[in-house]
Design a protein around this ligand. Structure first.
Ligand SMILES: [Zn+2]
Length: 110
């Protein structure tokens, strides 16, 4: 008995090999070191207030730079995919993403 609905696969799709996935051997394109620090500081300077709190009408200082589409889901490390969030909002968003990934196994690239 099938337990999951069939997933759409583009023509020519093949399952990713474990050694081709970002992780231990393959790096994602996230900026690290000083370049990453400079980038995060620039985003926080541009967005001093948490975006999700602003939507709720609150003014809370942002202290984390968040990837709107997570890197693990193929999101880019460019400025348009980044936003400033406060820690509680970021924790909540990450928790929801983990739950979704667990349910749909997006993070597995399968
Ligand atoms: Zn917030």
């Amino acid at each position: 008995m099938p337990t999951q609905p069939p997933r759409y696969r583009p023509p020519g799709w093949k399952p990713g090999k474990p050694w081709e996935r970002p992780g231990l051997f393959v790096k994602d394109n996230r900026k690290r070191g000083r370049a990453g620090m400079r980038d995060r500081a620039a985003v926080l300077a541009e967005e001093p207030l948490c975006r999700l709190c602003l939507d709720k009408g609150l003014e809370v200082a942002s202290d984390i730079v968040d990837h709107i589409v997570p890197l693990a889901w193929g999101g880019s490390d460019q400025r348009h995919n980044k936003q400033g969030l406060c820690t509680p909002c970021h924790d909540e968003k990450s928790k929801a993403e983990r739950k979704l990934a667990q349910r749909r196994k997006i993070a597995d690239f399968d």
